[in-house]
Design a protein around this ligand. Structure first.
Ligand SMILES: *Cc1c(COP(=O)(O)O)cnc(C)c1O
Length: 349
């Protein structure tokens, strides 16, 4: 039987209808700007978030890194969370690509408040300090267990950015999960940001690709940086068509991923081997194991029962629900979790 794969929402395969859309996509050479499917995706994604223009890139790391470089100029510093993807999982790109320093907000949720931004802000009058230029938020927060911002917090952070001449970028790798979970429109969220990185290869189910949205002149400059980073693609319309299919067909359905995640949370809360679960809001479930075991052992036991998941540190495990995880698999998973708990009880007698 094929394993139940909850390692990430990146593991999804294109659906038959998505594949057909890809086959049928009109394409051209996008480096020359004449791939109609890429242009459509860029325009429609930008309009969806209330922004002027978009740029299709191979990955979310690239859209984030291009945005950071576009918004900053060394010497300067970026305010972000210590758990954020841009800081932790982009190979130190903030320093390597943009020559920027970071001011990290500490905490367990991965979310920032306006006060956090004020606390990390570098005084531009002091010649010793590295001037703050950019704030990066992540919504949903991956390491924070998929938790989301409310619009009021975003509005307050925007205000601080305006008062202190800071740009505001959103790492929206899972922004659709945040929108669906909170019932916000993309425009309501989009209005607070100078730029947003949107991933289509995560919960949206497309095979490849992210779109960066922002103002026209910002995206114009971003085109140069995409070429510089080696991300200019030719007949990329086959990929863009998959992403555009997801934009039109895979947003609302995310509610299913979220309710399956809640069902997993409930079962986990009944297991002896689990000490703590981060509150589940979207499609990510992060939990901590008892000291008598660890993530390696727990995942080995689950693996024997046909379930794959990601270790998130020595005592922590992450599950991510997605398009290719259905109710039948959910039932199997819940049984497997109870079986693993029973194995520990047997080991301990
Ligand atoms: C996955 C992810 C990205 C981008 O990752 P790529 O694999 O480069 O597309 C960015 N931010 C967050 C929070 C992510 O989870």
């Amino acid at each position: 039987m094929k394993p139940i794969d909850l390692r990430s929402d990146t593991v999804t395969l294109p659906t038959p209808a998505m594949k057909q859309t890809m086959f049928d996509a009109p394409v051209g050479d996008d480096v020359h700007g004449d791939d109609p499917s890429v242009t459509t995706l860029q325009d429609e994604t930008a309009a969806y978030f209330g922004h002027e223009a978009g740029l299709f890139c191979p990955s979310g790391t690239m859209t984030n890194q291009i945005a950071i470089k576009c918004h900053t100029s060394a010497p300067g510093s970026v305010i972000c969370h210590e758990l954020s993807h841009v800081y932790k999982y982009e190979v130190g790109g903030i320093a390597f690509n943009s020559g920027m320093s970071v001011n990290l907000v500490r905490g367990t949720t991965g979310l920032l408040t306006a006060q956090d931004v004020l606390d990390q802000l570098h005084d531009t009058e002091d010649v010793h300090k590295c001037p703050s230029q950019l704030v990066v938020l992540e919504n949903t927060s991956n390491k924070g267990g998929g938790c989301c911002y409310d619009l009021k917090t975003l509005e307050e952070i925007r205000e601080v950015c305006d008062q202190h001449n800071l740009k505001l970028h959103l790492d929206g790798a899972r922004v659709f999960n945040a929108l669906v979970s909170r019932g916000y429109s993309a425009r309501d969220m989009g209005q607070y940001f100078d730029s947003i990185s949107i991933c289509f290869s995560k919960g949206m189910g497309a095979p490849v690709g992210s779109v960066l949205v922002g103002k026209k002149d910002f995206i114009h400059r971003a085109q140069w940086l995409r070429k510089l980073f080696g991300g200019g693609m030719r007949q990329a319309g086959y990929l863009a068509a998959a992403a555009n299919y997801a934009l039109h067909n895979h947003v609302e359905r995310m509610q299913e991923d979220h309710s399956r995640a809640k069902a997993i949370e409930k079962t986990l809360s009944e297991l002896d081997a689990v000490v703590k679960i981060l509150p589940v809001e979207t499609n990510i479930i992060i939990f901590q194991l008892q000291d008598y075991t660890n993530s390696k052992d727990f995942l080995a036991k689950l693996g024997e029962l046909g379930v794959l998941a990601a270790p998130f540190g020595k005592q922590m495990v992450r599950f991510v629900t997605h398009l290719d995880f259905d109710d039948a698999q959910l039932e199997c998973l819940l049984v497997a979790l109870k079986q693993v708990d029973a194995m520990y009880k047997k080991e301990m007698v």
